[in-house]
Design a protein around this ligand. Structure first.
Ligand code: NAD
Length: 366
């Protein structure tokens, strides 16, 4: 039987609780689709600091580099807040992304009918939103040199960063975006600030060239980032795939994240190298850790993205059906529970999703 090796990095806070539900869901779809997983569980973040005084021990990184994919929960918490630099829990995560060569961060944002009322925006404005933000993750202003903070000869302080992209960095992330658009609704919006920044002019020209040379059958539009921020709030349904640089992607993907009403819904994938990294967008939520209150949907949908990455799209789709059906049936963890809903724990939400994906899995089989 086909076997995929997965490194599990549950991490801290609610990380282990939601990862457990994602793993149970992966196993359920694997059984129905004739493949299996071999898991290796390792500590990361605070858990790894406690065990090895290192948020990402070399041996754990080595395991990740040998796997087919990595499924991570979340890292961080008050216990480790006093630590600085390379000893911070998050620095383990940054090191992992870089070592995996994960240059494209994918964040899908969906607002199914059942959740439109939970959005901070008007339900009719967000209902049916189904977009994917593709953010360049390893370049741009977050890494560009020179960067410095210094005192000028006249005593004033000065600081600067450099927003820099080479064409190959833009081309490869543009290809990821066009590939995904080809599997979705065939529209890409490339977001930049080309009216002001020369780096954005290169971005725009390069995305256009990749489109014209290899993806002319996909619709491409260019949008300035200030307008994109406004459009995301005014009419998010107009977007299919948004591709943008590191800084703009950071901001826009968080803005898009609010559309669905809870951080507990949002999955992500960081891809580009041979091993993909899949993790919920949310953090370790220490305020609700250990209470069975965490929403496992983000982790479970991250598992669905992992299945897409492994080229098991039917199994991925079975999970998405399961999530939609569980929400349609009124099951809600505390973050989304309103009157008329059935309030369930983390584990019960996972079970509800798995109960529904059996039917979806069977229907999806060729
Ligand atoms: P957070 O995402 O952990 O929590 C923000 C709020 O959302 C909290 O009220 C929390 O209860 C709620 N929430 C988050 N996930 C939820 C879920 N699945 N279900 C229900 N409610 C959920 O962000 P924070 O509070 O700013 O950070 C807490 C810790 O997590 C910090 O140590 C931070 O550094 C870390 N963090 C880690 C990651 C990561 O691992 N990728 C990302 C962000 C923050």
């Amino acid at each position: 039987m086909k076997t995929y090796s997965i490194v599990l990095l549950p991490g801290d806070g609610i990380g282990p609780e939601v990862t457990q539900e994602a793993v149970a869901t992966l196993d359920a779809v694997a059984a129905a689709h004739d493949f299996q997983f071999k898991y290796t569980e390792e500590p990361v973040g605070g858990a790894a600091l406690d065990a090895h005084n290192d948020p990402l021990p070399d041996a754990v990184l080595e395991q990740c580099l040998q796997a087919n994919a990595v499924l991570l929960g979340a890292v961080g918490g008050a216990k480790w807040d006093h630590l600085t630099g390379a000893l911070r829990p998050e620095s383990g995560l940054l090191k992992l992304r870089k070592a995996l060569g994960a240059f494209a961060n994918l964040r899908p944002v969906m607002v199914p009918d059942a959740l439109a009322e939970a959005s901070p925006l008007r339900a009719e404005a967000v209902r049916g939103t189904d977009l994917l933000v593709v953010r360049e993750l390893t370049g741009g202003i977050y890494f560009g040199e020179p960067r410095a903070r210094e005192t000028l000869p006249d005593g004033r302080e000065s600081a600067y960063n450099t927003m820099i992209y080479q064409t190959d960095e833009i081309e490869r992330v543009a290809r990821v975006a066009f590939d995904w658009a080809g599997k979705r609704h065939r529209r890409v919006t490339s977001v930049d600030k080309a009216n002001v920044l020369v780096v954005s002019q290169l971005w725009r020209d390069t995305v256009q060239k990749v489109h014209d040379q290899a993806f002319a059958d996909i619709d491409l539009e260019h949008m300035y980032v200030d307008n994109a921020a406004m459009q995301l709030v005014l009419n998010p349904r107009q977007f299919d795939v948004i591709v943008t640089g590191n800084l703009f992607g950071d901001i826009l993907s968080d803005a898009a994240a609010t559309l669905g009403g809870s951080l507990g819904l949002l999955p992500s994938a960081s891809v580009g190298g041979p091993v993909g990294l899949f993790e919920p967008v949310h953090g370790s939520a220490p305020d609700i850790a250990g209470q069975g209150k965490a929403n496992p949907v983000a982790a479970i949908l991250s598992a669905a993205m992992l299945l897409d990455f492994l080229d098991e799209p039917q199994a991925a789709q079975a999970i998405r059906h399961g999530v939609d059906a569980a929400l349609d049936a009124g099951a809600r963890t505390a973050d989304l529970c309103r009157s008329g809903h059935r309030r369930v724990s983390t584990q019960e939400m996972g079970e509800e999703i798995r109960r529904h994906l059996k039917f979806a899995g069977a229907a999806d089989r060729p």
